[in-house]
Design a protein around this ligand. Structure first.
Ligand code: PLP
Length: 441
């Protein structure tokens, strides 16, 4: 174990404890798939800021674009005029949107801000107030997004009141729904859609419901991909009741699941899509996209913020989109994902450790491994989302000691793999070797 440095001790004393941290060590530099620590260690980063540094830390092209932009215009002042990087970014994004009708944009700084903006827009566009969210969903840490978030039990303890008018329905995952794992996916989906119907008949009338917000892959809620049939079902319900479907792609967007956006896997068209994290590879930038007729339902002056759509962040995002194409990132995701799943599924079959692994799931390089008790009960019993994360935490700590950052999710006993999307074959092997050793130990 590395010694605690003076700087790290300073952090312990002067930084609030309101954030979970894997270690109290200090990061000095980031390069590609590695973080260099103040104490001299070089750590393989399989967390990438939870999907932020998709193209690796300090990608030369992106950093240069930001540095160049710093010399010409830092603050764009969107309230007086457009700025060039903002418009260039839209030009880059339009061709990769999941549907051509998603062609009108607005940018902010953080994911939570953009999620809140999507709700504000849905309310303005429909003239309705209520929102339906998923059990296990995560949308941020502002008051509004905490109200939308159902994967963090701690949110209900600290601060009141949160935003009213939020109703939750089960997300199709047997642990979430309290159903046995032998339940066929289709039955699970029908169960959830039935609960949604009940919610719309008993709790929030369709005439009061502005939006349903869903992560196409539950992030903090355990790395669970939404079945296509479920997303299609949500689309139908939204069409029937004139409710807007919001896809929160903050964590799953920009190539993370092997498609530009995870919702593409289902062919379902969202009415509003929220983007952040991988959009600018580490520069604070988020955005929403929708159809023009929806976006223009909000009055001028009600969208924005002092730093919203910052010029340096937008320039970085333009470079990020270019690098993404030039480096054929999606092809790399496919190849590395195949290797990663190969190793994880192999561990699941391993006679020594496989019985601890309940599930290996995800898509692309957004992959979760769920651990569970070897007692044999776990598969067929309803497990509480806040069950102790015994094995995942222990394994993540062991990986840390061996030189790799690996995170767990907020609920269930899950470790999640979120390496850079352009990670090399060698680094993927190094990471999976560290993980396999840690699981065996
Ligand atoms: N939505 C999802 C799906 C997320 O995963 C996150 C952050 O992890 C957010 C919203 C909030 O983003 P931010 O932390 O940038 O506010």
């Amino acid at each position: 174990m590395a010694a605690v440095t003076q700087l790290a001790r300073y952090g312990e004393r002067h930084i609030a404890r309101g954030l979970n941290r894997l270690t109290n060590a200090v990061i000095k530099e980031g390069r590609g798939s590695y973080l260099h620590m103040e104490d001299g260690r070089k750590m393989l980063d399989f967390t990438t800021g939870i999907g932020v540094a998709g193209l690796g830390h300090c990608h030369p092209k992106i950093s240069k674009a930001a540095a160049d932009q710093c010399l010409s215009l830092v603050h764009g002042q969107c309230s007086i005029a457009y700025h060039e990087p903002y418009l260039k970014l839209i030009e880059r994004l339009i061709p990769v949107m999941p549907h051509p009708s998603l062609d009108t944009f607005f940018f902010w700084n953080s994911g939570a801000e953009a999620v809140e903006a999507s709700i504000k827009l849905a309310r303005a566009a429909t003239g309705k107030q209520n929102v339906i969210v998923m059990q296990g969903g995560y949308h941020g840490r502002t008051f509004g997004t905490m109200a939308l978030t159902k994967s963090k039990t701690v949110y209900s303890q600290d601060v009141f009141p949160l935003m009213p008018g939020v109703f939750s329905v089960p997300f199709p995952y047997w642990h979430q729904c309290g159903l046995p794992s032998s339940t066929p996916t289709s039955e699970l989906v029908q169960h959830c859609l039935f609960q949604l119907d009940l919610t719309l008949s008993q709790q929030t009338a369709p005439s009061d419901t502005a939006a349903i917000i869903v992560e196409p892959v539950l992030g903090e809620g355990g790395y669970v991909p939404a079945p296509t049939e479920f997303l299609q079902g949500l689309r139908k319900v939204c069409d029937k009741h004139e409710i807007l479907l919001i896809a929160d792609e903050v964590q799953s967007g920009f190539g993370r699941t092997g498609k530009y956006f995870a919702i593409e896997r289902s062919g379902v068209k969202p009415d509003i899509m929220v983007m952040a994290k991988g959009l600018a590879n580490g520069f604070p930038l988020s955005g929403i996209v929708s159809r023009k007729e929806i976006m223009d339902r909000q009055s001028p002056g009600t969208m924005g913020g002092t730093y919203a759509g910052n010029a340096v962040a937008c320039a970085a995002a333009v470079a990020c989109a270019e690098a993404f194409q030039e480096e054929k990132v999606l092809q790399n995701v496919e190849a590395r994902s195949h290797e990663l799943f190969g190793v994880l599924k192999g561990l699941q079959k391993d006679s020594q450790v496989g019985h601890h692994i309940l599930d290996v799931r995800g898509a692309g390089l957004m992959v979760g491994v769920e651990f569970g008790s070897p007692s044999g009960h776990a598969h067929d019993k309803f497990r509480r989302p806040d069950a102790p994360k015994t094995l995942a935490s222990r394994i993540s700590k062991r990986c840390l000691e061996k030189g790799m950052f690996l995170l767990t999710t907020s609920v269930f006993d899950v470790v999640r793999f979120i390496p850079p999307l352009n990670i090399t074959k060698e680094d993927m092997k190094k990471g999976t070797d560290i993980f396999s050793e840690s699981v065996h130990e």
